[in-house]
Design a protein around this ligand. Sequence first.
Ligand code: ZN
Length: 238
Amino acid sequence: MLSSQPEFQNLLLLHGRDRRIYKLKKELELIPLDQNRVREQIGKEKLSIEIAINDWRELETKNNSLESEIISISDQVNRLKRQQLEVKKNEEYSALENEINSSLKNQSQIEDEQLDVLMRIDDARNTAEIAENKITLKIEELEKKLLSMKQRSEEVQKDVKTLESEIEDARKQVEPQFLSHYDRTKTVISKPPYMAPVEDQRCSGCNLRVSNDVVSSILVERKITQCDQCGRIVYAER
Ligand SMILES: [Zn+2]
């Protein structure tokens, strides 16, 4: 049986390494995509802090402008009151009185508005502080995640390098005829495994039943046999 020959064992060793390097390279392809997703999430979290802080700042600005409006109205009222002291005619006095009253009314409306803004400032400040604390922790976690992805990527790149030289060594140990057969199979099958044991007359690569010819070839002949369904190199494990 071919599969018990050392030559074939060498091919299996090569196959094992090819499978491992395939998996590692796939992982390497995915890491940058995952990293981008995490970076995007960090951006979103940072944006939501900014929005909360901006809401709060806008209210503070609004409060300041209301405050200066109130001050200017009360300055105006004081001015009108001084004018009132100086006028001689009754009509002029009551005209000023009307003006003062309407200014005071206006002032009281603005004060109500300011009170409402002040309450909203309290809420907005709380929201911004909570957002900042919670989200900062979240961002720290995400950044840790990014770091470990970077470390993993470096680790995998190192493993790939090691495996590449191990594969080179393994290829030297495989008989040239087997190797060319194996390489041809690799071009047909898009991803590993390129070799599969047959169990109960089933190819474990494609899970389909192989013909009796394939089975007898595996058991008797001394050449490489392929699954008549998927084209993988098939062998008996024992
Ligand atoms: Zn198959």
